[in-house]
Ligand binder design. Structure first.
Ligand code: C5P
Length: 218
């Protein structure tokens, strides 16, 4: 099967507090988006990479990932950006991996796991079991058994992802695509995630992400 990667980089990235949008801020020597793009572009199981960028940020995106990269303008919500990306793909893709540019370091083994799991499921998503005790703000304990932190890249068979986006209410935001695919009855498998994939959202996350790449070479 032909597998495409969609990298969503069209968010405003305001919580990061950087002077330029966070996906173009440097981490470990390169723009965040450049790391994620390179991981998918170099992976032998990925046939096509499409990047969604915000209006007016094309020049920054080109500076980060070059003139050859396939870039389209994203939408208002993350789910809009994914839908626009799906439309822009070649008709020949059978599967798609959707990835947040806010997760710059993508171990190739996680891409392998996601792709492999799609042989038996409609979707496959990287997950990490929660180790900490979980409570609500009033102290009520939340049982952590069976509770996972969900990351990207999230892989799907393309037809069900298209169906899920068509069925999703236009004004409802979704933080990931797996919940959309489940709502139309898709079976989504969990695969082992990786702390390298943790999202860079707040200012302090940049230093933590840099520390992770310095510790590990993959
Ligand atoms: O804002 P947040 O960090 O949750 O966004 C997750 C990912 O979705 C980011 O990589 C961001 O650039 C992307 N996004 C997008 N289009 C939007 C909103 C977010 O591509 N309208």
């Amino acid at each position: 099967p032909r597998t495409a990667a969609l990298i969503v980089a069209a968010g405003r990235g305001l919580r990061a507090g950087t002077s330029i949008p966070k996906q173009y801020a440097p981490v470990a020597g390169r723009a965040m988006l450049a790391h994620a793009y390179a991981a998918f572009a170099a992976h032998p199981g990925i046939d096509e990479v499409m990047v969604m960028v915000a209006e007016g940020q094309q020049a920054m995106a080109r500076a980060a990932i070059g003139d050859e990269a396939a870039i389209v303008t994203g939408g208002v919500l993350r789910s809009d950006s994914v839908a626009i990306g799906i439309e822009a793909l070649c008709d020949t893709a059978d599967r798609v991996l959707v990835h947040d540019a806010a997760r710059p370091f993508v171990p190739s083994v996680v891409i392998d796991r996601v792709i492999a799991a799609l042989d038996d499921a409609d979707g496959a998503i990287p997950a990490l079991a929660v180790a900490d005790t979980l409570t609500k703000d009033d102290g009520t304990l939340v049982p952590r058994d069976g509770v996972y932190r969900i990351q990207t890249p999230q892989g799907f068979r393309l037809p069900i992802l298209v169906q899920a986006h068509a069925a999703w209410p236009a004004d409802e935001d979704a933080t990931d695509d797996a919940q959309m695919v489940r709502r139309v009855g898709g079976r989504v498998a969990l695969v082992q995630g990786d702390v390298m994939l943790d999202k860079v959202t707040y200012p302090e996350d940049f230093a933590a992400a840099e520390a992770r790449v310095t510790w590990e070479t993959r």
